[in-house]
Design a protein around this ligand. Structure first.
Ligand code: PMP
Length: 399
């Protein structure tokens, strides 16, 4: 009660990020000297490739970088993003259609702020990334979950979307590869969904932050590549964090139609202004630089993915499909619930995550953070040795 009067209703309703909560719990246990292995974090364990770090170092010699720059981003940065968008999303844009943001997260926030009025509904495929429903609500919107489980490879269909559509639906949120499931939509699937969105005059916010992390030769097809006519109603969200191992640099962007981008830029001009110029110089080197270091990281993820999914499927009560993208394995753990495990019975994936953390000292994020209970998300962005030992502990605990 007291808290309600101290905080605004808007802020009072925001839930703490479950992923960060689990991660800090794991770190606290580690600080007590316990041998915790954490599969909770959503970041590569690699260090940023050296040519990118060198560009940042060189930028420190140029005092121009110490001053305010354009709130929308350095022109050279936006030009590099234009090339990257053409290369990977097959969309031709101009620098005036780009805003450089403090991570993909700010781009997601601003995209919803730019599009939503109170009561507007957003179709949100579930399991979804924890941040989406919060930022949709902060923009006055209503997230509408459309759930796709293991049986459909965690991919929603046009039929499901159509039955969730109402007069109030304004935006479809699309993300492929997905966090938390790693699902990658095929060209045909993207095209079908894109054509349906076009037919109904919907806007699309397409989160492409994992677009370069795909496996088995799969390619993430941008919705604007599959349906080019949709470009006038689509905002692409992206960033360097995952592909280039640059999570801490905080560099992302949004690309879209000029009027919407101008609106988002106006917001950003009052919110954060320009992104740190040094980080922008580094990101230019990332986007324009050699692909070998990036490819080496991608291959490491591809290899670990097979290792972890094999191991997870040997855990009593776990069922894990092979994901084609990102660096997460999303496990159906319903077979491990309601069983007596060392005197404790977990009834939900939240309770199971707690049990595994306290008994096996292994951290994974429960499905409750991403939608329905019954799942655990394991990130495989950690080194091979830890990965094998961590899953072995879970196998032993649940044997
Ligand atoms: N979108 C998705 C789906 C993500 O998983 C993340 C990071 N967890 C982001 C956007 C934002 O990434 P960042 O702000 O670090 O660029």
């Amino acid at each position: 009660m007291v808290q309600n009067t101290r905080l605004s209703m808007r802020i009072g309703e925001i839930a703490e990020s479950t992923t960060l909560k689990i991660d800090s719990k794991a770190k606290a246990l580690k600080a007590e000297g316990r041998q915790v292995i954490s599969f909770a974090a959503g970041e590569p364990n690699f260090t940023t490739p050296s040519h990118i770090v060198d560009a940042a170092r060189a930028a420190l010699d140029s005092p121009n970088n110490f001053r305010y720059s354009s709130a929308t981003g350095l022109l050279e940065m936006r030009e590099a993003i234009v090339r990257k968008t053409s290369r990977d999303s097959r969309l031709e844009v101009s620098p005036s259609q780009v805003v450089v943001t403090n991570g993909g997260k700010q781009a997601v926030y601003q995209a919803f702020q730019a599009l939503l009025d109170p009561g507007d509904e957003v179709l949100m495929p579930s399991p979804y990334w924890t941040t989406y429903p919060e930022v949709i609500q902060l923009a006055g919107g209503v997230p509408v979950e459309v759930f796709a489980g293991t049986d459909q490879g965690f991919k929603v269909t046009v039929e499901q979307l159509e039955s969730a559509r109402t007069e109030a639906t304004k935006v479809l949120l699309f993300v492929s590869p997905s966090n938390p499931t790693g699902a990658v939509y095929s060209h045909e699937e993207v095209k079908a969904i894109g054509e349906w969105a076009l037919e109904h005059g919907l806007w699309v916010i397409s989160d492409e932050i994992y677009q370069n992390l795909t496996y088995d030769g799969a390619r993430a097809i941008s919705i604007v590549e599959a349906v080019p006519e949709l470009a006038d109603r689509t905002i692409l969200v992206n960033g360097v964090a995952k592909t280039y191992a640059m999570t801490g640099w905080r560099l992302g962007w949004m690309v879209g139609p000029t009027d919407v981008i101008k609106g988002a830029a106006n917001l950003q001009s009052h919110l954060t202004s320009n992104v740190n110029n040094i980080a922008q110089r580094a990101a230019i080197a990332a986007l324009d630089g050699p692909l070998e270091p990036i490819e080496a990281m991608r291959q490491a993820f591809e290899r670990r993915r097979t290792v972890i999914v094999d191991a997870l499927n040997r855990v009593n009560g776990f069922r894990c499909p092979l994901p084609q993208g990102a660096f997460y394995a999303y496990v159906d753990v319903t077979g491990a619930l309601n069983r007596n495990i060392q005197g404790i019975t977990a009834r939900t994936s939240l309770e199971l995550a707690d049990l595994i953390l306290s008994k096996a000292e292994v951290a994974a994020v429960p499905g409750e953070a991403f939608g329905p209970s019954g799942f655990l998300r394991f990130s495989y962005a950690l080194d091979d040795q830890e990965l094998i030992e961590g899953i072995q502990r879970v196998q032993d605990l649940l044997a």
